[in-house]
Design a protein around this ligand. Sequence first.
Ligand SMILES: Cc1ncc(COP(=O)(O)O)c(C=O)c1O
Length: 426
Amino acid sequence: MLTAEKELRVSEKAEKLKGSEIIKLAREVNDKISKGEQITNLTIGDFNPQIYAIPEKLKTCIAEAYQKDQTNYPPDDGVAALREQVSVYIKRYAGLNYQPNEVLITGGARPIIYSLYQTIVDPGDKVIFPIPSWNNNHYCHLHQAQALTIETKAENNFMPLASDIAPLVKEAALVALCSPLNPTGTMFGEKELTKICELIIEENKRRAPNQKPLYLLFDQIYWKLTYDGAIHQNPVSLRPEMRDYTIFVDGLSKAFAATGLRVGWTYGPKRVIDKMKAVLGHIGAWAPKPEQVAVADFLTHTPEVESYLSTIKNRLYTSLLALYNGFSALKEKGYPIAVIKPQSGLYLSVYINLKGYKLPDGEIITNTEQTTFFLLNYARLAIVPFKAFGTQNDDPWYRISVGNCKVEEIPELFIRLEKVLAQLSK
Ligand SMILES: Cc1ncc(COP(=O)(O)O)c(C=O)c1O
């Protein structure tokens, strides 16, 4: 038998590792699209560059970096000019004080999370995270960590409460939080995040000096995308003592529609950042040097940075609001739908509960998978169930992502959706 035809065994870890369910669904949808089907694909948390291009100034800076042959290895902590500019950027827009030597540049945000888990989490350690949330289950699996999950509620905008976290802190090595949250487009308010910080501070006072502290991974990759007066909160500004325990996940990917450039940055206590740098060095998951040089240059052009951010926010919010209004109108008409007002990021949380309804072909919908495929096949709308973010199989909540959404196509989408919903019967 040819080797390729055999089931070759690999490590237990790799055998049991699940790929991203979102990418899997997006692949199926793209397959249909490539066969000519007209589908509104609102699955993946990415930008269609035909709709959302990166800043023009950044394109020029990238071209110049290649022209100037900036093509060798970058330094292992990142190009100095970029670490300097990140330090200026987070001071200017978030009031955070981090020196360039407390900043680490990475190949997008994922290597930050991976190297942080490597740095903090020993096999068997416990990691607290809310569900729905993005990929913590996979990072726990990769690091043989025990997940302490918190199921959040729609009435709390799917954000965890301090009272959910409190009983778990004593046993944990890491709390992993994200705000603005993927998949929900919601965020922490000042009061609840402050209470969570206080829990972590108190727990660390309780631990012996030679014990590993309880750290906080704070993923704020979407923090520059907030709407309608919503204010992003971060743990270190709320409680300066959190500086010793907080490691931020941040970068270029979402605010500048630059997911393919692979430039991320993290900042936190220098000792932890230095260890993450060592881990990163063994993976080589640095951001490409020409992009690092280019982003350092781009960030010095404040008017271009600010004008881009203001435009992208307006455009994303216009789409999110149009979708929100469309789903609200369906709810008003009595369809089993609910929707949460978008606050931030690329996402809208929508509840579509079609369980018990009969499809035109007589089949009765009994689960979320059937609903997802009904929406895909009948309404030609592709969206991701929260189940892909760790919730129960029959969870009727969905994530809608607007990075691939043309606002002018939204009215037609709702005509289509209402038409197929009207065909369902009980
Ligand atoms: C919450 C969150 N953190 C991190 C990332 C990873 O970002 P990057 O593409 O920069 O690796 C994503 C990507 O979707 C995300 O949603």
